[in-house]
Ligand binder design. Structure first.
Ligand code: PLP
Length: 416
C-alpha cells in the first residue's frame, strides 16, 4: 500500500488568503533563470554594477561612523525627514511639487502597493488595473480579495474609453471603485507609456466617479528618448480634492537592495499609510535611508542616472534590432522609450508557458504573459526584460528564442 506523502503538515491552519498568494509552475521554472549559464530576460534586475562602489563605501562609513546613533536606531514610521527633502528634490526633476509633509517613505514601492491595498480593499471591493499589469501589484491586491476589473492597454497605455465604460457600468450598479492602478511610464510589463490626453482623461474620470488613481512611477526617470509627459499627479492641480496617490522608488535610479520607496498622497491617506507601516515593519531601515540620504546629497547621483540610461538604451536597441532581424512574421513587440521591458506578442496558437520549458533547456528565460493578467489571459504573450543582460547576451538570447519559436510555428503548420 502506498503511503501518502504529506508535503505540508500545517495546511489546515493557513488563512484563506494564502491560496490567493499563488506561486506557480512558471515561478519554479523561473527560479532556474538565476543560474549563471542562463541568459535571463525574466527579472527586471537593475545594473547595480554601474554604481560607484567607492563612493558607496564612503557613504556607508559616514552613516555608521558619524551618524550611527541615527542609522542603527529605529526611525519614525513616516520616514527619515532629511531623506524626504532629497526625495522632494528628485521628484522636482519630474515636475512633481511635493514637500516633506506630503511624503511617506516605505520599504520599497512594493510595500507601498501592499499597504495601500491593505488600507483600501475590503473583500469583494472593486478595483481596476491595467492589463497586462505589474504582477507584484496584482498578487498583492489579490490577497485582499477584491474583484479585479482589467482594462486593456494599447501602445498609448490604458484604454480610457474602456475605462470610462466600465466606471459607468459599475456606477449604474451602485458600485464604488476603490482605485485604478497604472504604471504610466514604460510600464511593467508592457513598456508602453500613457499618453498625455489619456492621463488627463483618467484624471477627469477619477474626479467624476470619485475614486483614486494609484500612479506607480518607478521608471519615469529612465527615459531614453522623446519628451517627458507630465505625471497624473502633476496634472492634479486641485488642492482641495486630490485623486492621485503617487508611488515611486529608488530601486531603479539607485539600487533595489536599499529597499526604499515612497508615497505622495492627500494627508488623510498618508496618516492611514503611516499606521499601516507601523504594523508592518515599524519603519523603513534607518541605515538604508541614511545611506540613500548621503547618496542623493551628492549631485553625482544624476550622472549615475545618465549612465544607467546609456546602458539600458543600448540594451533596448540591441533587443529591438535582433527581434526585427530574427523574429518570424506574426510576432510583434512594444518599442519602449525607456524603462526595462519589451512586451512580446506571438501568433495566437503559441503558448509562451509551453515555450518557456524549451527556452530554459536552451538556456534562455523570460516571463510568460499570463501572470500579468488577473484572468490568466496573455497565453501567447511574454515579457522580455532588457535591463539585466549585456548586449552580447541579449543578441544571443533573442536569436535562440527566435529559433525555438520558428520551430514551433513550423511544427504547428505541419499538423494543419
Ligand atoms: C511597476 C513596479 N512597481 C513597483 C515595483 C517594486 O519596486 P521596489 O519595491 O523595489 O521599489 C516594481 C519592481 O519591479 C515595479 O516594476
Amino acid at each position: 500500500m502506498s503511503k501518502e506523502i504529506i508535503l505540508d503538515h500545517w495546511k489546515h491552519l493557513y488563512a484563506n488568503r494564502v491560496a490567493l498568494m499563488f506561486s506557480s509552475e512558471i515561478r519554479d521554472l523561473l527560479s532556474l533563470s538565476a543560474r549563471p549559464d542562463i541568459i535571463s530576460f525574466s527579472g527586471g534586475l537593475p545594473e547595480v554594477r554601474a554604481l560607484n562602489y567607492q563612493k558607496l563605501e564612503r557613504y556607508t562609513q559616514r552613516a555608521l561612523k558619524m551618524n550611527g546613533d541615527i542609522s542603527l536606531q529605529y526611525g519614525s514610521s513616516d520616514g527619515y525627514y532629511p531623506l524626504k527633502t532629497r526625495l522632494a528634490e528628485v521628484m522636482k526633476l519630474e515636475n512633481i511639487d511635493a514637500n516633506e509633509e506630503d511624503i511617506v517613505i516605505t520599504t520599497g514601492g512594493q510595500q507601498a502597493i501592499d499597504l495601500l491595498a491593505k488600507i483600501f480593499i475590503n473583500p469583494g471591493d472593486h478595483i481596476i488595473i491595467e492589463a497586462p499589469g505589474y504582477t507584484g501589484a496584482l498578487n498583492s491586491f489579490k490577497s485582499y480579495e477584491p474583484k479585479i476589473v482589467s482594462i486593456p492597454v494599447d501602445s498609448s497605455g490604458i484604454i480610457t474609453s474602456e475605462l470610462e465604460q466600465k466606471l459607468k457600468e459599475l456606477k449604474n450598479k451602485n458600485i464604488q471603485v476603490k482605485f485604478v492602478y497604472v504604471v504610466p511610464n514604460f510600464s511593467n510589463p508592457s513598456g508602453y507609456t500613457l499618453s498625455l490626453s489619456r492621463r488627463k482623461k483618467m484624471l477627469s474620470l477619477a474626479k467624476k466617479y470619485n475614486t483614486l488613481i494609484i500612479e506607480d512611477n518607478p521608471y519615469g526617470m529612465l527615459r531614453f528618448e522623446g519628451k517627458p509627459i507630465p505625471s497624473i499627479k502633476e496634472l492634479d492641480t486641485e488642492s482641495s480634492n486630490q485623486n492621485v496617490v503617487y508611488i515611486s522608488t529608488l530601486s531603479k535610479i539607485f539600487a533595489p537592495g536599499f529597499r526604499i520607496g515612497w508615497v505622495v498622497a492627500p494627508h488623510p491617506i498618508l496618516e492611514k499609510l503611516t499606521l499601516a507601516v507601523q504594523s508592518s515593519d515599524l519603519c523603513t531601515s534607518s541605515f538604508s535611508q541614511r545611506i540613500a540620504y548621503e547618496y542623493f546629497s551628492d549631485p553625482c547621483w544624476k550622472e549615475n542616472v545618465i549612465d544607467f540610461i546609456k546602458i539600458y538604451s543600448a540594451r533596448r536597441d540591441i533587443m529591438i534590432k535582433t527581434l526585427e532581424n530574427h523574429f518570424p512574421p506574426g510576432a510583434s513587440w512594444s518599442r519602449p522609450e525607456g524603462g526595462f521591458f519589451v512586451w512580446l506578442r506571438l501568433p495566437e496558437f503559441l503558448d509562451t508557458k509551453e515555450i518557456l520549458a524549451d527556452a530554459i533547456r536552451n538556456k534562455v528565460a523570460y516571463v510568460p504573459g499570463s501572470g500579468f493578467y488577473a484572468d490568466n489571459r496573455g497565453q501567447n504573450e511574454a515579457r522580455l526584460a532588457f535591463c539585466t543582460e549585456n548586449t552580447e547576451n541579449i543578441e544571443k538570447g533573442i536569436k535562440i528564442l527566435s529559433k525555438i519559436i520558428k520551430d514551433k510555428i513550423k511544427l504547428y503548420r505541419s499538423f494543419k
